[in-house]
Design a protein around this ligand. Structure first.
Ligand SMILES: C[S@@+](CC[C@H](N)C(=O)[O-])C[C@H]1O[C@@H](n2cnc3c(N)ncnc32)[C@H](O)[C@@H]1O
Length: 232
């Protein structure tokens, strides 16, 4: 999976992103609802337009929000308590940025499933925080589409995700499946294109046409894993 094309997927539709991120909105809300630590210094990875930030209701001193998409960083709310940085969590600049930093809480919602080396990221996070709350889409998202198109999911599996987090933190995991219904096939396929979770599973025109024909469900499948991680 090329990171560049994932980046494009998010940036291209960033203007209308708020209409096609129902599951991400739900996930961000549920993620924050379960945080008991009213942390003062917060770091968020893959902040997008600020869905997680908007759900944090307690008073904090500083909120550092990172995203590799400049157009997403542009959309993120800004004030004297926020630091919004355009950084790629797969690149060395991100790891250097975190050198010597400490946060009371690290958050990430609907973003880390794209990481190229999740273990490396989690290892680094274990040096900067004692507590990490994250939600990631798993490779069971759009399962039926993968079955029909015979293409593997470009995102991480539940097993890989659990393994990476458990190596450095004591974790509680909860995996949830969501089904999103559509009144027309056209809307369903439009949602996939614009949701920012389809990545770069490229189909030829012929493949796309036959997928459209064969897809008999009136819903899309999403699977997310919620993780509460505490330093071992
Ligand atoms: C589905 S959106 C979620 C945004 C936000 N956290 C939310 O809950 O609405 C995923 C975000 O992760 C960002 N992202 C994906 N890969 C990234 C990477 N390698 N480094 C930094 N950000 C990344 C995208 O630009 C996008 O803003």
């Amino acid at each position: 999976m090329s990171k560049k094309s994932v980046h494009k997927e998010f940036s291209k539709y960033s203007e209308q992103y708020n209409n096609y991120n129902i599951i991400q909105q739900l996930a961000a809300k549920a993620l924050i609802r379960d945080v008991k630590n009213k942390a003062k210094n917060i770091l968020e990875l893959g902040c997008g337009s600020g869905q997680v930030y908007k759900n944090v209701t307690w008073n904090f001193d500083s909120y550092t929000a990172l995203d590799f998409s400049a157009s997403m960083c542009e959309l993120h709310p800004k004030n004297d308590k926020t630091v919004v940085k355009c950084l790629n969590f797969d690149e060395n600049a991100f790891f250097s940025y975190l050198d010597g930093k400490k946060y009371d809480l690290v958050l990430s919602s609907s973003s880390l499933q794209w990481s190229k080396n999740l273990k490396r990221i989690i290892e680094k996070l274990s040096c900067v925080t004692n507590e990490l709350h994250a939600v990631l889409f798993t490779s069971n998202t759009f399962k039926h589409i993968q079955v029909i198109s015979k293409k593997e999911s470009p995102i991480l599996s539940e097993e890989n995700i659990k393994e990476a987090f458990s190596k450095y933190f004591s974790c509680e995991f909860e995996t949830i499946q969501y089904k999103l219904e559509f009144s027309s096939k056209k809307d369903l396929f439009e949602y996939i294109k614009k949701s920012g979770v389809s990545g770069d599973t490229k189909l030829s025109f012929k493949e796309a046409k036959s997928l459209y024909k064969e897809y008999a469900l009136n819903y899309l499948e999403f699977e997310v894993i919620y993780i509460k991680a505490f330093k071992k």
